[in-house]
Every structure is written in structure tokens, then in C-alpha cells.
Design a protein around this ligand. Structure first.
Ligand code: G1P
Length: 274
């Protein structure tokens, strides 16, 4: 039912300089696979096969990654190395990839708004690839699609975060419907110290209903003078409903060196086990 998934990938990745000076941060690998590929695999597992990238200058490597490289394919044909490309080949076969440029960087809300022509008038997923989410059993997006089927409104992934870190996130306040499902009553983007409405932070996975686009058009710049998706979602929550979903699994902030190393160690341990 939900087929489309938007990946805002235009950001500069300044937290990872100099590595990201000429390489997209989404192409940083955890073991031998770029972060963005983990995200697309998660989308595919959830049944989202129309992948849209909101891209920007210097991000060509992402387009090339989701395309065939005939020279390379020819070179390794029939060798033991072919198997290393089987995962990405499967994504290329089963998904479609579309691109739109975010010409000026005016925040995540603005990036999502820039993807409007890729999405049209249907509910869609959003993946922030530097949040690596490894679900228990089903992936996080697949879990969220199941929640969407029940509530038919926008869904945000949430996770409990330590007090000293809460100011780095969008934060919700909500009424618990079940242990994992909250009806959002308030939302604040990157609250200042002591002003967070809870310890439930928004993680980089969303399912959005398409009315978000008109709301985003009317949303003024907020925190850091950027158009915030959190502010648009608060409007949706006030006009109708937004659900916060505490997912089953682990999330790594791969936009930070600590999170990136943690994710690498975690995936390496899994790799050694298998
Ligand atoms: C963005 C969102 C924020 C969310 C976070 C998740 O912030 O604005 O609400 O909590 O992603 O990673 P950013 O990390 O781009 O500053």
C-alpha cells in the first residue's frame, strides 16, 4: 500500500569532515556496505520499492551506487567476487530510483518538501540514512508500516534518549496507547536544556501522509532558522493525529564518530557470528 520512500541526502555531513569533503556521508561504509544501502534494504523489506532521493551537489556517488557498473561487472564475472555485488544487484532489480535536487539547504522540512514531485499524493516513508536502524525480526520501517495500517496517520519512530543528549533531537510528548504506541500531544525540535517534554526522541524514520506537503509550504523557519519537519508534524498532530512508535530494535547515530564506531563493532560481531 505504501510504495514510496524518500531519502533526504543533500546534507553536507560536516560532522564527519574531512572524510565527507568529496564523498557523500551516506556512502560511508559500515563494514563493506554504505549506510544508504542499509536504508534502501530496510525500505525494500517494508515493501517500499519506489526510492526517491532528494540530493544535492557532490552526491553523484549515490546515483552511481544504485546503477550498474558494466566495466566492473565484466571484470569480476565468473569469479568468487561476484557474490559481493549480489545484494546491490537485487536492490537495482527490485527498486526504482528517482532523484530531485534540493538547491538550497534550508532544513529537513525543506528537503522533504523538495521531494514533493517524487511522491505526489500518497503516504510515503522517509529514511535518514545516517540513523542506522537494525530491527529485531522485522526492520523498523516494516514495523511502522504495520502501525500505519492501523492508524492511517503520520508515524514517527521514537527512542528513549539520555537527558544530556535529548537537545540533539526532535522530542515528543504523548499519551500512551500501548507500551510502544503514543498519540503525540506536543513536539519540540532540539529543546534547550530543561525544556524537553519527555525523553522520547524522534529517530530518522517517518511515515508521512501527503497533506504534510501543504503544511510544510506554510511552515515558517524554526530552530536554527531551518524549516523543521517536527514543526509541520506538530501541526498535523493538532489538526488530526500523529503517532510516535517506540520501535523494536537498535539504532546507531552514524552521523557521530561514537555511533559510527559502535555500529561498526555491532555489525562486525554479527558478521563473525554468521
Ligand atoms: C533531524 C530532525 C530531528 C530528529 C533527527 C533524527 O535532526 O530534525 O527532529 O530527531 O533528525 O536523527 P538532524 O539530526 O538532521 O539535526
Amino acid at each position: 500500500m505504501i510504495k514510496k520512500c524518500l531519502f533526504p541526502v543533500a546534507g553536507y555531513g560536516t560532522r564527519f569532515l574531512p572524510a565527507t569533503k568529496s564523498m557523500p556521508k551516506e556512502m560511508l561504509p559500515i563494514l563493506n556496505k554504505p549506510l544508504v544501502q542499509y536504508g534502501v534494504e530496510e525500505a525494500l523489506e517494508a515493501g517500499l520499492t519506489d526510492i526517491g532521493f532528494v540530493t544535492g551537489r557532490g552526491k553523484r556517488a549515490i546515483e552511481d551506487h544504485f546503477d550498474l557498473n558494466y566495466e566492473l561487472e565484466h571484470q569480476i564475472q565468473g569469479t568468487g567476487k561476484e557474490v559481493l555485488l549480489s545484494g546491490i544487484r537485487e536492490l537495482i532489480e527490485r527498486c526504482t530510483f528517482s532523484y530531485s535536487r534540493q538547491v538550497t539547504m534550508r532544513g529537513l522540512g525543506h528537503a522533504i518538501r523538495s521531494g514533493r514531485t517524487l511522491i505526489g499524493d500518497e503516504p510515503f516513508g522517509v529514511v535518514l540514512a545516517d540513523d542506522l536502524c537494525l530491527g529485531e525480526g522485522h526492520g523498523v520501517l516494516a514495523q511502522m508500516v504495520a502501525v500505519f495500517k492501523q492508524f492511517r496517520c503520520s508515524i514517527v519512530a521514537i527512542d528513549e534518549v539520555a537527558e544530556e543528549d535529548i537537545g540533539k533531537y526532535g522530542v515528543i510528548a504523548g499519551e500512551a496507547i500501548t507500551e510502544r504506541i503514543f498519540r503525540v500531544t506536543d513536539m519540540v525540535e532540539k529543546p534547550s536544556s530543561g525544556n524537553a517534554p519527555s525523553n522520547l526522541a524522534i529517530i530518522g524514520r517517518y511515515i508521512l501522509t501527503p497533506d504534510i506537503f501543504d503544511i510544510l509550504e506554510a511552515t515558517e523557519a524554526g530552530r536554527n532558522d531551518e524549516v523543521q519537519i517536527t514543526d509541520a508534524l506538530l501541526t498535523q498532530a493538532q489538526q488530526g493525529a500523529v503517532i510516535g512508535y517506540k520501535f523494536d530494535g537498535r539504532r546507531f547515530d552514524c552521523g557521530s564518530i561514537e555511533g559510527f564506531v559502535e555500529a561498526t563493532n555491532h555489525c562486525h560481531a554479527l558478521h563473525e557470528r554468521d
